[in-house]
Every structure is written in C-alpha cells, then in structure tokens.
Design a binder for this molecule. Structure first.
Ligand code: HEC
Length: 216
C-alpha cells in the first residue's frame, strides 16, 4: 500500500515538474514541445530560410514573363493579356496599326464604358467628350486644367483605336496612365464608348449637311 502511495506521489511530482518546466519565463517564446505531431509544416514556410535554393529564399519570384491567369474570372477574357508595345513613338505607331478592340460591342459593354468614362475621364474630357470637364471649366479653381483636345477634333476623329488604347494604357503628356485603374477590357469598353460618341457626332454632322444641301 505504501509503495503504491509512494509511486503515485512520484508520478504526480514528475508530471508537475514536466508541466511547469514546459512554461518558459519569456512569454513571447513557445514552451517545450513534447508531442509536436503536426505543429510544424513539412513544407518550407513562405518566409522561412530555404536550404534548397542558393539564395535561401522560399518565396520564389515567378518566372520572367509569367502573367496571372483569370484571377477568378474563369471563362471570361483574360484581363491580364500582356501588352507588347513599348512606351515610345515607335510603340505608339505600331499600336495604331496592330492593336485592335477585342470586345464585341453591345449595350452592356457600352453602358459599362460610359459608367467608367464618367468616373475616370469626364473630369477633364467632359461628359460629352468636348474637352470641357469639371476641372477645366471650373470658375472655383484658380489654375484650371488646360483643356484636352475635343474627341471631335479632326485629329482625334482620325485617331486609330490602337493609339487610343496605347495613350490610355501609358498616359500621354498631361494625361496620366490608367493601366492600374482600368484593366485592358475596361479600357476597351471606355474606348468603345468614346467611339460611339464620335460616330454619333459624325452621323449628326452628315445629316445636318445632308439637310442643308437639300434642294429648296
Ligand atoms: C487629367 C485630365 C485627363 C483625364 C482624367 C483623362 N485625360 Fe485623356 N487626355 C488629356 C489630355 C491633356 C490629353 C492630350 C494629350 C496630348 O496629346 O498632349 C488627352 C488625350 C486623350 C486621348 C488622345 C490620345 C492620343 O493618342 O492623342 C484619348 C483617347 C484620351 N485622352 C482618352 C482618355 C480616357 C479614355 C480617359 C479616362 C480613362 C482619359 N483620357 C482621362 C487629359 C485627361
């Protein structure tokens, strides 16, 4: 009986010592682990040092030229098509020749283009695209923004859509780049909307001249 009590007491002491010794004084450090089991990942953690690679970095940089696919938009056009023309006059000219609007233009893409245009472009270009946006024609602003060209100027009516895309993607002179606000599809929706305003304008001019030339 005495032996059992003694053994029981010793076991109790031992468990107690083990329990308390697993608590470290420094509360910011974990205690000792007796049964780590699955506490530690077998794979190298993202930011842990890595013996496999020479530079010991686990979080690898993607292979040069890789692009994120779909970003959750499986089935839709890939928003991250690489844009291969450089931000140079030659790149601008090539874009004018080879970059084409990949979207089917319908009421929904035009509607979205209009919505985006009114948010991002109308403050300078004006809701109607005449270059008279709120920061251009604002009597409250001491130094109003110099008016951008009207979309109905000869130059911009003749501007190829690829050059438009290029300018919105990279920015042009006083106009900044919209590449980080609008993905490529969105830029094309906005351009489709600008084009529809231009067509509407040229059609209306044609009908005015036609009426004017009618025999009296
Ligand atoms: C901060 C004012 C400002 C905003 C906002 C702005 N633009 Fe412009 N935009 C300009 C100016 C200024 C020019 C004339 C650039 C030049 O040729 O010197 C211009 C030129 C353009 C051109 C003609 C480019 C070319 O190649 O000649 C297009 C197309 C255009 N803008 C589209 C857009 C679209 C689309 C948006 C919205 C996503 C937008 N702009 C937003 C100021 C602005």
């Amino acid at each position: 009986m005495r032996l059992i009590t003694q053994t029981f007491f010793m076991i109790l002491m031992l468990t107690g010592t083990l329990l308390f010794s697993s608590c470290m004084e420094d509360s910011s450090k974990p205690g000792w682990e007796y049964m780590p089991d699955m506490a530690h990942s077998v794979a190298y953690e993202t930011y842990s040092s890595n013996p496999v690679f020479k530079d010991s970095i686990t979080n690898r940089i993607p292979v040069k030229g890789s692009i994120p696919l779909y970003q959750g938009n499986v089935g839709q056009l890939n928003h991250f098509r690489p844009y291969k023309y450089s931000n140079t006059p030659t790149g601008y000219d090539s874009a004018g020749l080879f970059v084409k609007n990949p979207l089917t233009i319908d009421t929904s893409s035009l509607g979205e283009g209009k919505r985006l245009f009114n948010i991002y472009c109308s403050p300078c270009h004006g809701a109607g695209g005449k270059g008279n946006g709120s920061i251009v024609e604002n009597p409250g602003i001491k130094n109003p923004y110099p008016p951008p060209p009207s979309y109905y100027s000869e130059n911009l009516l003749a501007l190829p859509e690829g050059k438009m895309f290029h300018s919105v993607h990279y920015g042009r002179n006083l106009m900044g780049s919209y590449a980080s606000q609008l993905d490529q599809n969105q830029i094309w929706m906005v351009i489709s909307y600008i084009r529809s305003m231009q067509t509407h304008y040229t059609d209306s001019i044609k009908s005015i001249t036609a009426t004017a030339n009618q025999p009296k």
